[in-house]
Design a protein around this ligand. Sequence first.
Ligand code: IPE
Ligand code: IPE
Ligand code: MG
Length: 229
Amino acid sequence: MKDNQTLPGHIAVIMDGNGRWAGKRLLPRTAGHAAGLKRFAEIAEICSDIGVKYLTVYAFSTENINRSAEEVSGLFSLAYNAIDTYIEKLLKKNIRAKVIGDVSMIGGPLLQKIRAAEQKLKDCTGMTLCIAFCYGGRHELAQAVNAAVSAGEREFDDETIGRYLYTAGIPDPDLLIRTGGEKRLSNFLLYQCAYSELYFCDTLWPDFGRSELMAAIEDYSKRKRRFGR
Ligand code: IPE
Ligand code: IPE
Ligand code: MG
């Protein structure tokens, strides 16, 4: 990290390209997801070490459930096992974790495991790691409106809506990175990325390492943010 560089307080990442990474190696897509998980752990640790305050990653979308049963169950068991693999490391690094998404889609033992892990990390005061799993931006907005109505809200402004989003209390992303070459949001943080700086790169997620992250941060540090002013 160069001294004069502006570090984004909140980095959001669409970790895309696992399937293509595996395909190029004639491996099953699940192998690409396993490699992607290792990268995720590495990038999270680097972000924490360099002082990023919030890291939000897109791990599984509400639409991804329509993939083959084999791929979906592979991803769910990868998530389940990842908690055991990484929980102590997160604790040691003082990283608080939060999973955001449609809990009715997660369900069962995985959800219990997620909640227990969040509980275990709740007093950590370092980086907040937010994992979007079974997450869709439109679903998030719809549930926010429903939750607000149930709570008796009758008038909505930006601030009211923000309070009922899964990301309540978390500042908006400063920098949104998408790997894998596609230039779209794919239903990720639609409300929160109103003024985020967007960074797209062709690197497939399992190949996205420290130097690629630093290149994204350096690019961000050269941007001039105006917020409409
Ligand atoms: C992103 O990689 C991970 C998930 C969506 C779960 P993909 O699985 O979308 O990989 P590509 O885009 O097919 O290469
Ligand atoms: C977005 O990637 C979801 C995640 C990275 C978890 P997709 O691969 O699902 O997005 P599309 O289908 O290319 O828009
Ligand atoms: Mg993809």
